[in-house]
Design a protein around this ligand. Structure first.
Ligand code: ZN
Length: 160
């Protein structure tokens, strides 16, 4: 049996969608909500797969350091990166693709969570990233026999 728990972390960040062609190409920001789903096979003698406080420290710590109150931009967006770099002080984070809710959720699940949870005995199996109260993207690991994890998406809403 496996048990999954979820810890929600809120943060604010700016972004824009490179070559979007519409209003999402302007600099703007969101009040994001990230739901981290963490799965373990055993509980400790207290009855936890992992302490919620540990998840808060790890996930909120990473988001506070890297994304909160910063700009998340596409590495191909040279003009946008040049703009944020002239502001003092500046805080920005470069992704290898557009900072859509889909890509940000996948990045958290694939790149960030494995580092943060190494050695804890639990793994992140799903990240749901809310970009607004009406829109989210979900990245999840789906186990397929004999092969490595693949990343799938589900998304809802229209906000970008
Ligand atoms: Zn947006």
């Amino acid at each position: 049996m496996s048990i999954t728990i979820m810890r929600r972390i809120k943060f604010c960040a700016g972004h824009r969608l490179h070559r979007h062609g519409g209003k999402c190409e302007f600099f703007h920001g969101h009040n994001y909500v990230a739901d981290f789903y963490v799965t373990g096979d055993v509980v400790d003698d207290v009855g936890r797969v992992i302490d919620f406080a540990d998840l808060k420290r790890l996930f909120k710590g990473w988001l506070d350091e890297h994304w909160d109150h910063g700009f998340v931009l596409n590495e191909s967006d040279e003009n946008g990166l040049a703009a944020v770099k002239i502001v003092e002080p500046c805080k920005y984070y470069v992704l290898p693709y557009n900072p859509t809710a889909e890509n940000m959720a996948a990045y958290l699940l694939r790149e960030v969570c494995p580092q943060l949870l190494a050695g804890t005995g639990v793994t992140a199996t799903k990240v749901v990233l809310w970009e607004s109260e009406e829109s989210f993207a979900e990245a999840s690991l789906t186990q397929s026999s004999g092969s490595s994890d693949t990343c799938g998406f589900a998304s809802a809403g229209e906000s970008r």
